[in-house]
Design a protein around this ligand. Structure first.
Ligand code: I6G
Length: 673
């Protein structure tokens, strides 16, 4: 039953909503949070509790609605008042030059046309409708005329404003229809698929499918768990919005609290658009989300109006698409690889095929269930996809290519490397080789141990590791620290200098943070993120090794499956011996939890570009817990610009301002010092 409502409660609820809206905006749109995640969670919890006690005060635009609403039984549909058209495509420079010529001809001008250009996100097009500043409806593009109403699902996306931002320059429009693209970033996609696998659910083939599947959930509480993001790119109907160019529209949307892609450029001639396309193509693989081309739009709204649209697409815009990342080829054979935890992964050996400039000869088939689900057989003609730098995948079998001679795959009963028994546990999709001394597992464990995110032993590449294991010089990760020139010189093509360099790299790797050490051990389910959580919490291996699963699970961010896996790892004497042997060799561990606060005391950081090791929120926490602070923009007060891959204008500006520029390695060494 609802308690009596008093004025104080109403103002408390209003205060919490306002604060949560503000901090959501600062975090997700401005990328410049002012409070910690735990402070945000505390306020959200308080609001949810108050709204539960006073249901009459609930509101659809309360920030609490981001957790999802009661499930629907079916999606209703809605008509787009202005159809959501598609875009014409261009595939090479000449298509784009022809487009520009046609524009000039239609406008009867020989003057340069100016364009706005932006990356074309590979996501799901949606329309958001705001009435008097509040999100009232959201729908998918559907067939362009009618889409499905997915309002509750859209509300769960943190970068979607539930209320428009107040701006002194813009009167809140009575009606505003905003169009954009919902995407799932690579990091979120990987995490989601890891979760799906751990829970024995089907994995998604690519981020676009994952975004589509997440948006089409009848239960918005599931959507709320999915790492979706939105970037908006245009306006449908609107009252009180006055602009002369597409670029001005985007600036208005930004002021109203929407997320606009930071790579958009305006005022480009057609020649500059082509250069922009090349720039974006080069950045493509390092972007945190998938894109499939560049969209260029005539910037002047007057010109847009005069050019009009066909029934299918506007005449003033075109998508300059990247070369296809999918090709068809044949599966010659299906090989089985053994991973570091013994998991057997079937891999398709393909008739070599060139996909957007890369020669592809293998594609992962994930597991037996995935092969069954896609009905893949040796000899099949298949559609292969390459996305970013991930291992190519089979999208589907081309049924018309079947001859009847194709061969069914079945998982071997014995490990193809050591011959040990292969087991598939109940509720697991993976089949495993049970022999932890299997040479394939040892090789993969050592490769992982020496990898960049773990001990980072420079020069100890895959081929070398394979030889070291085959010649029985290394039977565990610890043996790396007992290598010497004589042992190394027994390897093929290993001279004095190379051997010395490897010994030097091994010595250099001996100073390591606890989190990288934990990650390097390759404990099942413990990736970089969980290793960091563990290292923040425990201050020694002893502290961690003695814990019961329920104690490990009590650490925030650690679930029961991971806790059990860590517990089991430390119950095996062999693992403890390896850790002891590593420490005995002189490895010096820097324990994060024991690190005295203040390593970065008083230092101001700005972060730019794509970081490989940490997410933005994680690195912010690391800097803050070491006494530093993170700002979103550069100024004379900035001490360091931490620049990741594809750093752009901030990097140039930092150079001009004479600010110290550091990369991730340098940052790690600052933390370790
Ligand atoms: O499907 C689209 C993706 C991106 C678009 C679009 C866009 O701009 C960046 N713009 C228009 C005008 C349309 N579709 C129709």
């Amino acid at each position: 039953m609802q308690k009596n409502i008093d004025g104080l409660t109403i103002s408390k609820i209003e205060f919490l909503r306002k604060e949560l809206h503000k901090h959501n905006y600062l975090y997700y749109i401005k990328d410049d949070p002012e409070i910690s995640d735990s402070e945000y969670d505390r306020m959200m919890k308080e609001l949810i509790e108050l709204e539960k006690s006073y249901p009459d005060l609930s509101s659809p635009d309360s920030p609490s609605m981001r957790v999802g609403a009661p499930p629907l039984s079916v999606f209703a549909t809605t008509e787009h008042t202005i159809p959501m058209l598609s875009l014409d495509n261009g595939f090479d420079d000449s298509d784009v030059l022809t487009f520009d010529k046609r524009i000039k001809k239609n406008l009867n001008t020989s003057d340069e046309i100016l364009y706005t250009a932006e990356p074309k996100l590979d996501g799901i097009a949606v329309e958001l409708v705001y009435e008097n500043g509040r999100l009232s409806r959201a729908s998918t593009r559907g067939d362009g005329t009618r889409g499905e109403l997915i309002t509750e699902n859209i509300r769960t996306i943190r970068s979607v404003p539930l209320l428009l931002q107040n701006s002194d320059k813009i009167k809140t429009p009575a009606l505003l229809e905003v169009r954009g693209e919902v995407v799932m970033g690579h990091a979120g996609f990987k995490k989601l698929n890891r979760n799906q696998l751990a829970n024995n659910l089907n994995i998604f083939a690519n981020p676009r499918n994952a975004a589509a599947g997440s948006l089409r959930q009848l239960d918005s509480k599931i959507t709320a768990q999915r790492p979706l993001e939105i970037f908006v790119y245009g306006i449908g109907r609107a009252t009180n919005i006055f602009a002369e160019s597409h670029w001005e529209y985007l600036c208005i949307l930004k002021k109203l609290g929407f997320r606009i892609n930071s790579l958009i450029k305006s005022g480009l001639t057609i020649k500059a658009v082509i250069e922009y396309y090349r720039e974006i193509s080069e950045k493509r693989n390092s972007l945190p989300y998938d894109i499939d081309g560049v969209v260029l739009k005539v910037d002047s709204l007057k010109m847009q109006q005069s050019l009009g649209a066909t029934s299918r697409s506007p005449r003033w815009a075109i998508a300059y698409k990247f070369a296809a990342m999918q090709e068809t080829t044949k599966i010659i054979d299906i090989d089985v690889q053994v991973g570091r935890t013994g998991v057997l992964t079937p891999v398709a050996i393909l008739a070599p095929v060139n996909i957007a400039g890369v020669n592809v000869t293998r594609a992962t088939l994930h597991n037996e269930d995935e092969i069954k689900r896609k009905d893949i057989k040796t000899g099949d003609t298949v559609l292969v996809q390459r996305a970013g730098d991930v291992i190519p995948e089979i999208v589907k079998v081309i049924d018309s290519g079947r001859t009847g001679d194709e061969q069914k795959f079945s998982m071997p009963a014995n490990c193809p490397v050591c011959g040990a028994e292969v087991v598939r546990e109940k509720d697991e999709s993976a089949a495993r080789c049970v022999n932890t001394d299997c040479p394939a597992q040892i090789k993969e464990r050592i490769k992982h141990f020496a990898s960049k995110a773990a001990f980072d032993v420079e020069g100890l590449g895959d081929k070398l590791v394979e030889q070291l294991v085959e010649k029985k010089i290394c039977t565990s990760c610890a043996d790396i620290f007992y290598l010497n020139i004589e042992k190394l010189k027994t390897l093929d093509r290993m001279g004095d200098i190379s051997a010395k360099n490897i010994i030097k790299a091994v010595e250099k790797s001996k100073k390591i943070s606890f989190s990288r050490f934990i990650y390097g051990l390759g404990i099942r389910h413990v990736g970089e993120h969980l290793a960091k959580i563990l290292a923040d919490h425990y201050n020694s291996f002893d502290g961690l090794a003695k814990k019961l699963p329920e104690e490990i699970e009590a650490v925030e961010g650690i679930g029961p499956v991971v806790a059990e896996s860590i517990f089991n790892y430390f119950r095996q004497d062999k693992n403890l011996e390896i850790i002891n042997s590593i420490i005995k060799s002189g490895v010096k561990v820097i324990y994060e939890s024991a690190k005295k606060k203040g390593t970065l005391e008083g230092s101001a950081f700005v972060i730019t570009g794509v970081l490989e090791t940490w997410t933005r929120s994680r690195i912010k926490k690391i800097i803050e817990s070491a006494g530093g602070r993170v700002n979103s923009s550069l100024s004379h007060k900035t001490d360091y610009l931490l620049a990741g891959k594809s750093a752009g204008s901030k990097l140039t500006r930092a150079k001009t301002l004479g600010i110290k520029i550091i990369d991730e390695d340098k940052f790690k060494s600052m933390l370790d010092s």
